[in-house]
Unconditional design. Structure first.
Length: 140
């Protein structure tokens, strides 16, 4: 009886990669909380809400799910849809490009996929097909 599979409980990834990733993600969550608080408490409320299509370069579906969930855990951003190698992200104040938004987080999730923390870039670098209807459009 295979009630729990590798995707439901990714024990095959080990604990060490998450020990390296969790503190970094916690730091990003705190920094994003501060940024969202500044936006909300500002008299001008400098919101730049929009939807942006972000490439997910992880090799496995589990890696892409971890990546999308990490984006959602970060205040001010929500992963709306994960389709193929693209994550549609809604943000309160997204001023950076999709590549800038995902460089470090994407690489760290790739390291989790590999099961260890090293500097070798082994993310999927295949061409990403982007949905031109959603990339960079503003939302009201």
């Amino acid at each position: 009886m295979n009630i729990v599979d590798e995707e439901g409980a990714p024990a095959h990834l080990g604990v060490r990669p998450f020990l390296m990733y969790a503190p970094w993600l916690a730091k990003e969550i705190v920094l994003s909380n501060i940024n969202v608080a500044r936006i909300i408490l500002s008299r001008e409320m400098p919101l730049r809400r929009n939807l942006i299509s972000v490439p997910a370069r992880q090799k496995s579906e589990l890696g892409r799910v971890i990546f999308a969930n990490s984006i959602t855990l970060t205040p001010g951003t929500v992963s709306v849809r994960l389709e193929g190698n693209q994550v549609l992200v809604h943000g309160l104040s997204l001023s950076e490009s999709s590549d800038e938004m995902t460089d470090e987080m994407g690489e760290r999730v790739c390291r989790i996929e590999r099961g260890y923390d090293d500097a070798v870039d082994e993310c999927d670098d295949e061409p990403i097909v982007s949905d031109s209807n959603t990339s960079g459009q503003g939302a009201s």
